[in-house]
Design a protein around this ligand. Structure first.
Ligand SMILES: NC(=O)c1ccc[n+]([C@@H]2O[C@H](COP(=O)([O-])OP(=O)(O)OC[C@H]3O[C@@H](n4cnc5c(N)ncnc54)[C@H](OP(=O)(O)O)[C@@H]3O)[C@@H](O)[C@H]2O)c1
Length: 241
């Protein structure tokens, strides 16, 4: 197998870390990016990856990521994101609070993916892969977080059209409930967890490796004619298309 350079944003924890491990195990050169240096360095050392500390919601972080990488990129996994409403910093009251909540979800989920991709766009290898993590929330609600993930799906459609002539595929992987991540910040009650599990056909919560395996498959040569798609990894909790 040809060794590729694989960039996983948000690769220090959860789904991103499992994906980074998947590619490292497959023999690829892996670069993980995130904001918290100690978290990233610990993960990088455990995985055998390289860490780039960067806040990807702004242009300077995206530029720093691009400057830290040499050569062509075979796979870009836009995984950084989450729901800042769960992070415990209350938004201001009234319309200012509404605006702040929407802005920070857009920053965390849309701009991280768009800016990282734009910063690396010319360096993505022909026949490369751009895989962006969406969410079941894009189809099921969750206010500003769901709207931001829906925006990621729309953006992916245009990106797939732009990069398709170079043989680059662009897909969204949309998880349902995935435990063993920092996503819920300790705010997932047992009742809510059971309710979310009851919506699956598999009668279980997802784990990061469920998503990593799907990302790995989308990045494989055999998936070269799959693009502009949304692949749900949610045990059937969302059954629409
Ligand atoms: N867990 C679920 O149930 C679930 C369901 C659907 C979708 N998702 C999506 O899956 C993706 C991965 O989340 P996860 O569940 O694995 O949770 P997680 O453990 O919190 O991982 C999110 C990662 O993104 C990084 N990150 C966040 N904002 C960033 C920024 N501005 N710049 C750079 N890195 C940033 C975080 O690191 P730093 O804080 O150090 O930057 C963290 O490592 C997210 O896009 C999330 O929305 C998760």
């Amino acid at each position: 197998m040809v060794q590729r350079t694989v960039v996983v944003t948000g690769g220090g924890t959860g789904i991103g870390r499992a994906s980074a491990e998947w590619f490292a195990r497959a023999g690829d050169r892996v670069i993980i990016a995130g904001r918290r240096e100690p978290v990233l360095r610990e993960a990088a050392s455990a995985i055998g990856a390289r860490a780039v500390v960067a806040d990807l919601s702004g242009p300077s972080g995206a530029r720093a990521l691009a400057e830290a990488i040499d050569g062509e990129i075979g796979v870009l996994v836009n995984n950084a994101g989450g729901n800042p409403d769960l992070q415990g910093t209350p938004a201001p009251a009234g319309l200012d609070g509404v605006r702040a909540a929407w802005q920070r979800n857009f920053d965390a989920n849309v701009l991280t993916a768009v800016l990282a991709t734009e910063a690396l766009r010319e360096r993505i290898a022909d026949h490369g892969r751009v895989i962006t993590i969406g969410s079941i929330a894009a189809r099921s609600g969750a206010a500003s977080y769901g709207a931001a993930k829906a925006a990621v799906e729309a953006w992916n459609l245009s990106l797939g059209g732009e990069l398709g002539p170079r043989g680059i595929t662009c897909n969204v992987v949309s998880p349902g409930l995935i435990i063993d991540t920092e996503f819920f910040n300790g705010q997932l009650s047992d009742e809510r967890k059971e309710m979310l599990i009851s919506q699956t056909a598999t009668n279980r919560a997802g784990v990061p490796d469920d998503v990593a395996e799907t990302i790995g498959w989308l990045a494989s040569p055999g998936a070269g004619h799959i693009t502009k798609q949304v692949i749900h990894v949610d045990g059937g909790a969302y059954a629409g298309h």
